[in-house]
Design a binder for this molecule. Sequence first.
Ligand SMILES: CC(=O)SCCNC(=O)CCNC(=O)[C@H](O)C(C)(C)COP(=O)(O)OP(=O)(O)OC[C@H]1O[C@@H](n2cnc3c(N)ncnc32)[C@H](O)[C@@H]1OP(=O)(O)O
Ligand SMILES: O=C([O-])CC(=O)C(=O)O
Length: 378
Amino acid sequence: MAEAKKKVLSGAGLRGQIAGETALCTVGKEGAGLTYRGYDVRDLAENCQYFEEVAYLLLYGHLPTQSELDAYLKRLHSMRDLPQALKEVLERIPADAHPMDVMRAGTAVLGTLEPEMSFDEQLDVVDRLLATFPAILLYWYHFSHEGKRIECTSNEPDIGSHFLALLHGKSPNALHREVMNVSLILYAEHEFNASTFTGRVCASTLSDLYSCITGAIGSLRGPLHGGANEAAMDLIDRFSSPEEAVEELRAMIARKDLIMGFGHAIYRDSDPRNEVIKGYSKKLADEVGDTVIYPVSEAIESFMWEEKRLFPNADFFHASAYRFMGIPTKLFTPIFVCSRVTGWAAHVFEQRANNRIIRPSAEYIGEDERSVPAIDKR
Ligand SMILES: CC(=O)SCCNC(=O)CCNC(=O)[C@H](O)C(C)(C)COP(=O)(O)OP(=O)(O)OC[C@H]1O[C@@H](n2cnc3c(N)ncnc32)[C@H](O)[C@@H]1OP(=O)(O)O
Ligand SMILES: O=C([O-])CC(=O)C(=O)O
């Protein structure tokens, strides 16, 4: 028994175990790096103007040509409006609901109104979700907070700019468009992370795509996964200077508190997405004339490396970047959903194409077999 227990504990969190095959992504191969279908994520972030190019790569298998991209942008644009019944449900959700619960509920309701009748419809379903997610979130947000029924469409060509236009009621500037596209590219796919694995387990039962995505949203919501971008912002907001941040961080580390936005299950020295989003956070800090949030973030980064050899993951500098674009903290993780839905769906398609139900085993560590005593003897 002791030996069996040791074996289970050494595999805690299934770390390091191969749980399936994928042609979509490598994470930390040879210690570093992130690729989507063989392309370095930094190359994609630098050379794709629109996140939709990467969405197309993941979902349709290759980077689009100009005419394929134009057609894809047009297709997604035409799918943005919400069914009236979904708007009515969103109007019933209270303002203090967690926005990730709104995303989960919106996905589930759309699945009842426009169900996936066969796997032949899988691309239509994911494109519809991709196109409607900004409106699902922001229709609810404006209605519940201001009693305002917003238009769910906009003239913005891409999802990132569309998101900002629905949030702020005006077209974003060029820098904000660029940051949103880069951010969505960085968040799009990450191999067998917890939310994607949730989606694949669900897919392996031959369930529908909406169920897979709903489950994945639930897994992403937690602060150890996607919810860390909001938790990182809450941490940064506690400090008014780098000195104050370092002093408090020292006490937190002594208490063995988790520092949100740091560390990773796979990367050991750095997260390749960090340098990209950190660069944009700096540009945005300069644009808004920030003198607190960015310096505090950098001080936390240096302290964590010097004291703990822990590095910022993708979520840490996303927090300040989103803040500088006027995005409320509680909407951070739903933006992650707007992007990762592409990776989730691509994994569901891959699972469906070569499926066997995912059903691992557990090492039993409970009581030996025994008989049920009569109720007056328990
Ligand atoms: C997009 C994303 O989902 S990225 C991840 C976002 N999540 C976060 O930022 C939450 C904070 N980070 C963490 O909780 C963890 O680093 C995780 C969940 C990301 C990875 O967890 P694990 O794989 O178990 O971490 P790992 O094995 O590297 O931990 C090694 C040690 O460092 C500690 N550690 C890891 N991350 C942190 C952190 N952020 N703050 C303080 N200590 C940490 C662990 O507690 C562990 O200590 P121990 O050996 O004394 O038990
Ligand atoms: O891979 C992970 O465990 C978490 C992560 O960074 C992601 O999903 O983007």
